[in-house]
Write a protein that binds this ligand. Structure first.
Ligand code: 1PZ
Length: 212
C-alpha cells in the first residue's frame, strides 16, 4: 500500500497525538538521568483527542462518550497537582483506593481499556476490507472490554453496535479512503501499544493484578 497517510483528518490528529506521547517513553540517550515517569499532562492531552472519533459513531454511543470523557476529565483535574501517571497509582496505593469506584487509578485503568479497545477495533477493521465496523467493533469489544464490564453494560453495548455506521459511512466521516485509512490506523496501533504496556506495568509493579 503506497498510498500516503492523509493529514489533518480526525484519525491523523489522534495518531499524531499518540505518536508524540509514545516518543516520550523512548529512553533519552542524551542524558544519563533516571527517567521520572510519563507526564500526566501529556497523557491527558493525547486522550482528549480521542473525542473526535465519537462524533463519527452516532447517537447510541453518546453514553460511551460521556463515560470516557468524564474519566479523562478526572485525570485532567489530577494533572493540576500531580506530574506523572505513577503519582496517581502511588497515592491510591497509599490510601488503599486503587479499585474504588471513581478513584483515579480506577479511571486510569478504564481509559487504558478504551485506548486498547480502539487499537483492537482498528486491528480487526484492517484484517479484510469486507469487515463491517459493527463486526470489527463487536469482536474487539468482546476481547478487550467485555470481560471487565457488567452484564447490563455489555448488553447495552452489543445492542448499540447495530446502530454503528457502515464501513463506507465511517470512512467518509473520517475523511479517509479504504487505502488512506490503513496508514493512520496502523500508526495508532503502533503508537498506543507501548503506552498501554507502560500503564499495565505501573499496576503490575505494585502487585496489582489486572483482572478488573
Ligand atoms: C470507531 C470505533 C467504534 C467503536 C464503538 C465501540 C464502543 C464501545 C463502548 C464501550 C462503552 C462503555 C460503557 C460504560 C462502561 C462503564 O461500565 C465503565 C464503568 O467504569 P466504573 O465507573 O465502574 O469504573 N466505564 C468505562 O469503562 C469507561 C468508558 C470506556 C469507553 C471507551 C470507549 C472507547 C472509544 C471507542 C471509540 C470512539
Amino acid at each position: 500500500n503506497k498510498t500516503p497517510a492523509r493529514v489533518n483528518t480526525p484519525l491523523s490528529i489522534i495518531t499524531e497525538a499518540f505518536e508524540n506521547l509514545a516518543d516520550l517513553l523512548k529512553p533519552d540517550i542524551t542524558t544519563e538521568e533516571e527517567e521520572d515517569g510519563l507526564s500526566l499532562d501529556a497523557f491527558c492531552n493525547a486522550c482528549t483527542h480521542v473525542s473526535v472519533l465519537f462524533s463519527c459513531l452516532g447517537f447510541a454511543f453518546k453514553f460511551a462518550e460521556m463515560e470516557y470523557i468524564s474519566k479523562v476529565n478526572d485525570l485532567v483535574e489530577a494533572s493540576k497537582t500531580l506530574d506523572t501517571l505513577q503519582n496517581i497509582l502511588d497515592l491510591d496505593v497509599e490510601k488503599d483506593t486503587v479499585k474504588t469506584p471513581g478513584s483515579r487509578s480506577r479511571n486510569l485503568r478504564r481509559v487504558r481499556l478504551g485506548l486498547d479497545l480502539i487499537r483492537a477495533i482498528f486491528e480487526k477493521f484492517l484484517m479484510t476490507d469486507e469487515y463491517s465496523l459493527k463486526d470489527a467493533a463487536t469482536t474487539a469489544y468482546t476481547e478487550v472490554c467485555a470481560p471487565f464490564h457488567t452484564w447490563a453494560v455489555r448488553t447495552a453495548v452489543y445492542a448499540g453496535m447495530y446502530t454503528l455506521p457502515t464501513r463506507d459511512q465511517l470512512l467518509i466521516r473520517l475523511d479517509e479512503t479504504e487505502q488512506s485509512v490503513e496508514k493512520n490506523m496502523r500508526r495508532y496501533m503502533e503508537a498506543s501499544r507501548p503506552i498501554i504496556e507502560y500503564i499495565d506495568k505501573l499496576y503490575i509493579e505494585r502487585n496489582i493484578k489486572l483482572d478488573w
